[in-house]
Design a protein around this ligand. Structure first.
Ligand code: I6G
Length: 709
């Protein structure tokens, strides 16, 4: 079978075990108020739903500018279907339920389908799938019970009908309203994998093949990237992009779009020897069509397994799908089962749970992360998305709130695909409550009330509370005791968090008061006496440290181990460091403007000073730092990296010359690198230096610097 786009490993293996028994039903629409007894009230409800559906259809199919999420649209449709089923006598003549999808555009020739192009019913849950299969059984004789089924992918594209006369492609028509579609023959001819000549069907007077036109994901992304570059309209999803492309009156535009056609049925002209849907698809593949991954199954459990295997492989597929399709395999049984008014009784779509749904953003809370970052969290009216109920959504940072222009009270689209964290993808500004107010960044930390800052060059606002802020204390504690900091071996993270949760330890200074709480450690934490002794001894031993370790242990943002060592070297003692001006701090190797400001502010926060004082009073101390006298070398404190081929000397020689001038020579580039000496054929290091804004020095400039010009 030809299948040029699908991954070859896409064949799930059968199993005899039931895989899931889901009891929740995401397909249920919100219940409709049916307490209105008069016909007028029912008709009014129907009219409201019809108007909403029509508005959506026009926005979606004609204007390519949807105003509702698919799931919302599905819910409206289901509500109307329920009403119409309950009150068949009141069905409105213009109800869109008996139409399917698209609305023809007047510029294309209208073509009436030889037989209607209907749509499929939907199920979303295993139980509903079983019901569908049970209903099929109910309509079959005893001998025909438990028929074989065929399953396929449900591609998320546009249904079209193709006609071939004696093997020659003659016409392509969109589904339109199911009865009449648009003649898109010229555009369809440009679809790369659509065969224009079928040698193996040259003796068939009329062959009608139906299937789906899709835009593969990669092509869609390319198209949108290009549109962005050219300031053109970007498409919301590949289906809209496919629809927009097929509706181009100028076929050369359609030709430039990456479209693909996948066949799913033969409506006329199938050779009589073919008796099943799976055989029909195999035949279509053989004569030159792309077809989706097919599986023949015998029972609901196998159907479920196929469905789940498709979910697993979904992300790797080259095109978007929104579920699977299950069909009675025997074409004779299909005929026998025939159609309900709008859909075949022998097939249904087993769809994936909606991945994007609309809900109301009830509030925006601010949370303080472990390192003081203040992040906005959206509180949602709980909603089921991608199969799970979601009530919180991250809004990342204040900039994101401004970009989305979102406010508490707004209707938002929430997207959750696979295990991805749910996020707000759209704000429906048209539905904004009149009394909503713009979101402001809090000026003080919601946990400790310390001032909040939003540095110019950073996306995240931060609490300045540092060690005083309870939200940051836990992380600060873990960092403080870690091996490279105060190295309190024996006070593991688990105990430490336990002590924190029991209120025995709040700030890092409280660690040095734990010896006063030994009884509580034994009763609250159920620690043995020996363990408590070990912890107390480890704490005691840690009091003797180095200034560099102590500075690092304080957890000042931007101050890693090396910077801590440099600060210790530069200032020699803690008091001098604590009172240093920004200008003085800037003289420290490795310390740039941002770190200097962070260090400066850290030592100006009263809570931090309190904690440091308590630590010193508890006996934390260090030996005097032996400050290395500066050599006064021109490249003192600088870090260089060498890359590429040098003409005038070997790299080792260049390295020795740089070191002789006081520079450190490192093998890798980082933001802390002072300069990159770049010889010929400098590769990725050059690119990285440019990206990080590291100065690049050519060989000539280097020779001048080392005095060998
Ligand atoms: O809309 C559809 C998508 C996929 C279909 C369909 C399909 O088979 C894979 N099959 C039929 C029979 C119909 N609609 C009506």
């Amino acid at each position: 079978m030809t299948n040029p786009i699908l991954p070859t490993d896409f064949q799930p293996t059968p199993s005899s075990e039931p895989t899931t028994d889901k009891s929740t039903n995401v397909s249920n629409p919100p219940s409709i108020a049916t307490d209105a007894t008069s016909n007028a009230a029912i008709i009014a409800q129907m009219r409201t739903l019809i108007d909403a559906l029509k508005t959506h259809n026009n926005a979606y199919y004609v204007l390519d500018n949807p105003i509702l999420e698919d799931s919302e649209y599905d819910q409206l449709r289901l509500s109307l279907i329920e009403l119409e089923e309950e009150y068949p006598d009141l069905v409105q003549s213009d109800s869109p339920i008996n139409q399917v999808g698209d609305m023809p555009l007047s510029a294309f020739t209208q073509v009436t389908h030889d037989t209607p192009m209907l749509s499929l019913g939907n199920v979303f849950e295993y139980d509903d799938l079983r019901d569908f299969m049970r209903r099929v059984n109910d309509r079959l004789s005893v001998a025909q019970q438990s028929p074989e089924y065929e399953m396929e992918l449900k591609l998320d594209g546009l249904a079209v009908s193709l006609k071939y006369e004696y093997g020659k492609f003659v016409q392509a028509v969109t589904r339109g309203d199911g009865q009449t579609g648009e003649d898109i023959t010229q555009n369809a001819k440009t679809i790369r994998n659509l065969p224009l000549w079928l040698a193996d069907a040259a003796d068939i007077a009329l062959l009608e093949v139906r299937g789906e036109v899709v835009m593969p994901k990669a092509g869609f992304e390319r198209l949108n990237r290009l549109a962005l570059e050219n300031d053109d309209k970007v498409f919301a999803n590949p289906r809209n992009a496919a629809a927009g492309s097929l509706r181009q009156l100028d076929p050369s535009i359609a030709a430039s779009r990456p479209l693909a056609f996948y066949a799913y049925s033969v409506n006329q002209g199938l050779p009589e020897t073919i008796e099943t849907q799976s055989a029909a698809l195999a035949w279509l593949g053989d004569i030159g069509f792309s077809v989706s991954a097919v599986r023949v199954i015998q029972n609901p459990r196998e159907a479920q397994e196929y469905y789940e295997s498709v979910i697993d492989k979904r992300a790797q597929l080259p095109f978007e799908i929104d579920g699977t399709v299950i069909k009675v395999n025997s074409l004779a049984l299909q005929q026998q089962l025939s159609f309900l008014s709008r859909e075949p009784r022998w097939a249904t779509a087993y769809k994936f749970p909606a991945e994007t749904v609309m809900t109301r953003l009830q509030a925006i809370d601010w949370q303080v992360g472990r390192t003081g970052q203040i992040t906005p969290v959206g509180k949602l009216e709980p909603v089921k998305v991608g199969g799970v109920t979601v009530s919180n959504v991250t809004l990342h940072n204040f900039g994101e709130i401004q970009r989305l222009d979102v406010r508490a009270g707004d209707m938002v689209s929430v997207h959750r695909a696979g295990d991805v964290i749910p996020k707000v993808t759209r704000v429906w500004h048209g539905q904004r409550p009149a009394d909503s107010v713009p979101v402001m960044l809090p000026s003080t930390c919601p946990v400790c009330d310390s001032p909040v800052v939003l540095p110019d060059d950073e996306a995240l606002a931060r609490c300045t509370g540092g060690l005083f802020c309870p939200a940051q204390q836990q992380e600060a504690l873990i960092h403080f005791v870690s091996r490279r900091a105060m190295d309190i071996d024996g006070l593991g993270e688990r105990w430490l968090i336990g002590f924190f949760n029991h209120g025995l330890v709040k700030t890092v200074a409280d660690i040095y008061q734990l010896h006063n709480h030994q009884e509580e450690l034994i009763t609250l934490e159920k620690l043995g006496e020996k363990s408590v002794q070990n912890i107390i001894s480890a704490i005691e031993a840690s009091k003797q440290t180095t200034l560099a370790r102590f500075i690092y242990a304080l957890g000042i943002r931007g101050v890693g181990e090396t910077t801590a060592q440099n600060l210790a070297q530069q200032f020699g003692d803690l008091d001098t460091l604590m009172s240093a001006s920004i200008e003085k701090l800037l003289l420290t190797p490795d310390v740039g403007a941002i770190t200097a400001e962070l260090v400066y502010k850290f030592f100006r926060a009263p809570h931090n000073i309190e904690v440091i004082t308590a630590l010193r009073e508890a006996g934390v101390h260090w030996d005097k730092v032996e400050q290395k006298v500066s050599t006064g070398q021109p490249l003192d404190g600088q870090t260089w990296v060498i890359t590429g081929a040098l003409h005038s000397m070997a790299r080792d020689e260049a390295k020795a010359k740089l070191q002789a001038l006081g520079a450190k020579v490192s093998g890798s580039i980082s933001a802390k690198t002072t300069a990159l000496l770049a010889g010929e054929k400098a590769g990725s290091k050059m690119a990285k230096a440019e990206k990080l804004g590291v100065k690049v020095v050519g060989e000539e400039e280097f020779l001048a610097l080392v005095g060998e010009e």
